[in-house]
Design a protein around this ligand. Structure first.
Ligand SMILES: N[C@@H](CCC(=O)NCCCC(=O)O)C(=O)O
Length: 243
């Protein structure tokens, strides 16, 4: 809501990272597009990027009940994202998911979420301090261990990196066909990819779009996504011109 009017918006930092780091041109799909009408949009793109959001997935999407928290929900986002993810997986479209986006892909693949990670025994608080300036909120917050051989480990050129952390929810059960690629020190899965190698799909719980040009690891993640989109576009062209 901006004043009395509802708006649909996307954070500029995501658009900058896509244009300046991935070197792709973002197209913003309105949340009003019904799930059954996304095909014409997906026919025109070479990849899908899912942003973060302060809102949470409605728990019924993963068989859980709403707690008594005053969580912010966004059913339009839910219905659009979940439909786009299903179609992107079916089309083998490159898929890069950040924070809420990771949670959405996990749920589409049959996984579940912890609604309050900080209340789980053995987990620490992964939320940002909203009273701090943005540079502090998006500063490196904890280490993650990267799966050897993963695209993340390739991007980092090492097996442990520090990442920012701005989320109250997280992966409980990892979805079918997904492989964990990063773990926080408290064991929380912080990133995953598809277990099969036939499609670029990287989902991370942190925010690599933040000042992406100043962080070689974050930059490499967007460059990988941009390369995957261009490969998809080249394959599409080759298939369309082959007899
Ligand atoms: N609401 C979910 C996901 C958190 C998230 O995506 N935060 C993004 C903050 C704003 C932004 O940078 O886009 C959770 O709390 O786990």
């Amino acid at each position: 809501m901006i004043g009395p009017h509802p708006f649909q918006s996307v954070g500029e930092k995501y658009l900058r990272a896509l244009r300046e780091a991935a070197d792709v041109e973002p197209l913003i799909v309105p949340g009003l597009v019904p799930a059954g009408e996304i095909d014409p949009w997906l026919d025109r793109v070479d990849g899908v990027f899912l942003t973060g959001s302060h809102s949470n997935l409605e728990p019924h999407h993963y068989g859980a009940s709403k707690g008594d928290d005053d969580f912010l929900f966004d059913p339009l986002r839910d219905q659009l994202s979940l439909a786009v993810i299903r179609a992107a997986l079916q089309r083998r479209l490159p898929l890069f998911a950040v924070c809420r986006g990771l949670q959405e892909v996990n749920v589409v693949c049959g996984g579940t979420l912890l609604q309050r990670v900080h209340e789980q025994p053995g987990h620490f608080d992964h939320r940002e301090d909203l009273n701090q300036p943005l540079d502090q909120q998006y500063a490196p917050a904890h280490k993650v261990r990267l799966r050897p051989g993963s695209l993340l480990a390739l991007a980092a050129a090492k097996e442990e990196v520090e990442v920012n952390s701005l989320h109250g929810q997280g992966i409980d059960r990892l979805g079918d066909g997904l492989q964990a690629d990063a773990w926080a020190e408290d064991g929380l899965i912080e990133a995953f990819s598809l277990a099969h190698a036939g499609q670029y799909c990287v989902a991370v719980q942190w925010h690599p779009e933040w000042k992406v040009a100043e962080n070689p690891f974050y930059l490499a993640l967007f460059e990988q996504f941009g390369a995957a989109c261009r490969q998809f576009a080249a394959n599409r062209l080759a298939n369309s011109s082959s007899p």
